[in-house]
Design a protein around this ligand. Structure first.
Ligand code: FAD
Ligand code: SF4
Length: 502
């Protein structure tokens, strides 16, 4: 779509760093583009340096591509968004600013006040980066499964001409719970830093001095072409094993058969529908079994969209939700990985190094421990927001406060995700070689997950009994003698006093 002149000299479209899509609805030939590298936004938290480099480098590459296509692009560094927009409006004589509704609550509020702040006309277009904004549900779905089925029907993905799901079932989760068996894991395609990215790394070293982690080995996709190549690489080499090993965890493998596409999906370089469709095409070409393809499609058009939908339904109250009245501070080793719990240590070090670990480690290791130990939801949420390359409030907060900690009273997930070492040992190789004894509930080497898990069931027995999906877990309490109950409670209370030393 080559553009040769500015047909709308008084109009600009402001594109946010997580909206880098050439299908942005405000992007029309002849309309000027403005992108702002806001120092305030980049330093709003101590973000992971890989994430900051990803966003700024992708913005600069996007600007270069738009210029090559003929657009007039103003990409500028500013103290904050407002200052950047004021300077842009003054410099170009802009009378009408167009933007796409932000994915995050505060930025959307900011957009709604922009006309008054800038004293010009502002148009906010619907956000087209999420399918749920394209196909809004007719009524609020009770939970993820009905939402997902409606989304399958709307998109037609894995739906037969008679309207039934391909393979006759909607959900093949039961086939997707294997422990990793040591088979070779193909390395994901990597994208070494080019000249633009190296400049970004150097710039951010000064502009974001407090960021955590390192970007020295930065290798994430930063352009649309690279994002498509990463998608193609996943489909060709890892999708087939994605399903069976979706829940598996390994000390030796950071990614296993996951896609690692969330960083590019979340900044608009990939579209969710094209991503899920690519997997479905692979199924039709015989490249991957239905269990893997359905599992992947469910993550993209099911979970991802459902989470976004819940975020907008529950904000801003969600940020303050604390249904279990959990008030303990985050243990200090969440920032170092220095704990004798091997699972926690491996996963936290992985996150601090790469800004990434996969879903089950986020849910069943990191959040599970925080839930069992009664850590403040807001503190856990903050840790997730700062530590990951793919972290944005719309996706972190419902996943952490809603799904992981069940602090929203069950609005996001039907049950709290609780597990002892038995689950972690079943799905990973972490327990072998751990200082703690995965089988013991009490005693000097008892795994803290065990002690805290049984303590949680004891303390919250009445509430948990009321949840039909947790019945079997609570029933397990009947096999514990009163003496052992007392011992669990005593040891748990002692552990909870000294979480930093575990
Ligand atoms: C406590 C917790 C925190 C999380 N924080 C984030 C986050 O900051 N950013 C983020 O993008 N995802 C987050 N997720 C969801 C999920 O863990 C990641 O999207 C996924 O691990 C990213 O790795 P991947 O691309 O290799 O995923 P894959 O396993 O390959 O899955 C494919 C895609 O499905 C989507 N997806 C799957 N599950 C979810 C979900 N629950 N919510 C949203 N998208 C989903 C993602 O886009 C992902 O890229 C979180 C989940 C939990 C339980
Ligand atoms: S024994 Fe407990 S702390 Fe150690 S790796 Fe297993 S679950 Fe984690």
């Amino acid at each position: 779509m080559p553009v040769t002149d500015t047909s709308y000299p008084q109009e600009s479209v402001w594109i946010l760093g997580d909206q880098l899509s050439t299908r942005h609805p405000g992007l029309i030939p002849g309309r000027r583009v403005v992108l702002i590298e806001s120092l305030a936004r980049l330093n709003q938290r101590r973000y992971h340096r890989r994430k900051l480099v990803l966003i700024v480098s992708a913005m600069r590459h996007f600007a270069a591509e738009l210029r090559a296509a003929g657009y007039e692009v103003d990409i500028r560094s500013a103290a904050d968004f407002l200052q950047g927009l004021r300077d842009h409006v003054a410099q170009f004589g802009v009378r009408h600013l167009v933007c796409m509704a932000a994915a995050e609550y505060n930025t959307r509020q900011f957009q709604q006040n922009l006309a008054a702040e800038l004293g010009i006309a502002v148009t906010i277009l619907p956000n087209t980066l999420f399918l749920v904004e394209r196909y809004p549900p007719s009524r609020s779905p009770a939970f993820m499964e009905p939402f997902y089925r409606a989304m399958r029907r709307q998109t037609g993905l894995l739906i037969e001409p008679d309207g039934e799901p391909t393979g006759g079932v909607w959900n093949l989760d039961r086939e997707n719970r294997r422990r990793y068996d040591g088979r070779p894991v193909p390395s994901p395609l990597r994208f070494p830093a080019d000249e633009i990215t190296r400049q970004v790394i150097a710039d951010l070293a000064h502009r974001c001095p407090d960021a955590i982690g390192s970007a020295d080995t930065f290798d994430l996709p930063v352009t649309r072409a690279q994002a498509l190549a990463a998608l193609g690489d996943f489909i060709a080499h890892r999708l087939a094993d994605f399903g069976p090993f979706e829940d598996a965890m390994s000390a030796d493998h950071d990614i296993l058969f996951h896609s690692q596409l969330s960083p590019v999906l979340n900044i608009g370089l990939l579209d969710p529908l094209e991503t899920a469709s690519a997997a479905v095409n692979a199924y039709h070409r015989g490249l991957a079994p239905l269990s893997s393809v359905e599992g992947f499609v469910r993550q993209i058009i099911g979970w991802r969209e459902y989470i976004y939908y819940r975020y907008w339904e529950l904000m801003p109250a969600l940020l303050a939700a604390n249904a279990w009245q959990a008030e303990r501070p985050l243990p200090t080793w969440y920032w170092t990985g220095e704990t004798r719990m091997r699972c926690m240590s491996c996963v936290i070090r992985r996150v601090l190094r790469n800004g990434y670990c996969h879903h089950i480690e986020r849910l069943m290791i990191l959040c599970n421990f925080a839930l069992l130990a009664g850590i403040q939801p807001r503190a856990v949420n903050d840790w997730f927001l700062e530590s990951y390359v793919d972290a944005y409030e719309w996706v972190v907060t419902p996943n952490v406060i809603g799904m992981g900690l069940h602090a929203d009273g069950g609005r996001t997930a039907t049950k709290p995700y609780l597990a002892s070492a038995a689950y972690i040992d079943k799905m990973s190789d972490y327990c072998r070689g751990c200082f703690y004894d995965r089988k013991a509930r009490v005693g000097p080497r008892a795994c803290p997950f065990n002690t805290l898990y049984w303590h949680f069931l004891i303390v919250h027995e009445t509430t948990l009994r009321a949840n039909p999906r947790l019945g079997p877990a609570v029933l397990g309490l009947q096999r514990i003698t009163p003496t052992e109950r007392q011992e669990i409670v005593r040891q748990a209370q002692e552990l909870l006093q000294r979480l930093d030393t575990l």
